[in-house]
Design a protein. Structure first.
Length: 116
């Protein structure tokens, strides 16, 4: 059984201000998930089809999962928050830590599925 990991699946969609337009974000999401779906054919049928990514767009970081269910792709955003640059945003970021830890646990569990 082969291991199929891509290091650093993070997408920086556009910039923070002038390049942060909806069409750029859509294009980058499509590019990211198209590349992730290309891996599906290489994964054993015994391993759940789950993909994890981190994406940054307009100063917001998204921790996402793409998974297959009944031959359809489902995209779930586990957590998203503005990059903390003020005390208020740091406090908001801290409130997202449990969700980030759940996302990390899901990534680890998927890695362990490859060892079975």
């Amino acid at each position: 059984m082969g291991w199929y990991f891509a290091e650093g699946l993070i997408e920086f969609s556009g910039g923070i201000k002038s390049n942060a337009i909806a069409s750029k974000e859509r294009s980058d999401i499509e590019k990211l998930y198209t590349n992730m779906l290309a891996i599906v054919n290489k994964i054993s049928k015994d391993v759940p089809k789950k993909f994890f990514s981190a994406r940054c767009y307009d100063n917001t970081i998204y921790f996402e999962e793409l998974f297959m269910h009944k031959d359809k792709c489902i995209r779930q955003i586990h957590s998203s928050f503005k990059s903390p640059t003020t005390i208020r945003l740091v406090i908001e970021y801290v409130s997202h830590i449990p969700k980030l830890l759940q996302w990390k646990e899901a990534v680890i569990n998927q890695c362990l599925n490859f060892q079975k």
